[in-house]
Design a protein around this ligand. Sequence first.
Ligand code: PHB
Length: 395
Amino acid sequence: MRTTVGIVGAGPAGLLLARLLHRAGVDCVVLEARSRARVEGRQRSGILEQGAVDTLRACGAAGRLDVDGVLHEGFELRFGGRAHRFDVSGRTGGRATTLYPQHELVRDLIALQLADGAPLLFDAPVDALEGLDGDRPVIRYTRDGAEHVLECAYVAGCDGADGTARRALLATGAARLHGRGYPYAWLGVSADAPPAADELLLAAHDRGFALHGMRSPTLSRLYLQVPAGTEPGAWPEDRIWEELEARLAVEDRPLNPGPLSDRCVFPLRGEVVEPMRHGRLLLAGDAAHVVPPTAAKGLSLAFSDVVTMARGFAHWRRSGSTALLDRYSDHCLRRVWQVQHFAHAMTTLLHAAPGADAYERRLRASRLDRLVGPTAAAAEFAENYAGLPTEVPFV
Ligand code: PHB
């Protein structure tokens, strides 16, 4: 089989890229290791920056999002026993975030891809990427127990932080991985109860960070900062609710308790592969970078890579010039580091550093205090939270 762009991974990044390329008349094939049911069932946060929503609208992929997406014009920050509404859109000239669960978005993009008749192969794990330094790279993959070869002009690696594409790029020796871990993790749970608020609640408590979000009008999603290495089963349900109440609840505004499910613990980390391209392999999304989840930036950052990449391919296809593709990594990395910086700053501001003394706790409180006032710090925070300007796609 042959194509122009071989896309590895049918997550949001790979699927949006396929959509943009299809609209630009550049043919592509998407290969996905997992089954369609697994891809569509993978529950993840779905906070989209304004620019990500604009991108989906521009390429005709926002039909259900425009009906079911929930606009979040701000969020609530709770600290020192008080709740402070943080108005994002009022500080950014109307830009805000939208909540639309990631698996719904993935379903929409898969349906569009199949309706376009564009090749999308599930249960097709990639075994190797070869010939990345030449002009006809090859993707080797397995399907139905047989080995197959996809010849392409370029390979787009959209298969996440643990995927084949990142490993292949690092194995060339031409890129390095920058990264940092944090001395804490998140314990995540879903509660079968209506969310206690319409917008996200974020708590910066001396006992640790806590977050209250939602998946639907009847399902809440909650997170607690826990020490790195905590086992998911280590905390009984009572203790989870007690801790959520202690960190998140303020007077007269209780949480809505309910049975817990979907328990998980994941470490927080920030990672950047630099450069994001070598030869004919270009990385996008988590394959290229991971941000700690506090600022909910992962999905929108992936979309911003993909818009830049699709623009490069369309330009090359039209003019024969690789100028935009050659600038792909430099162009993306500017934004990647800005978002990395914001996610890191928001993480360290809202989490309790293990072993912090009273002096450090007071410094943190004073920074939080600046954020809820009419300050330049608040304006800058709002701008970053709503999202830096994104290129609007050309299709
Ligand atoms: C979620 O809904 O799972 C969620 C929301 C906001 C975050 C992280 C996760 O920052």
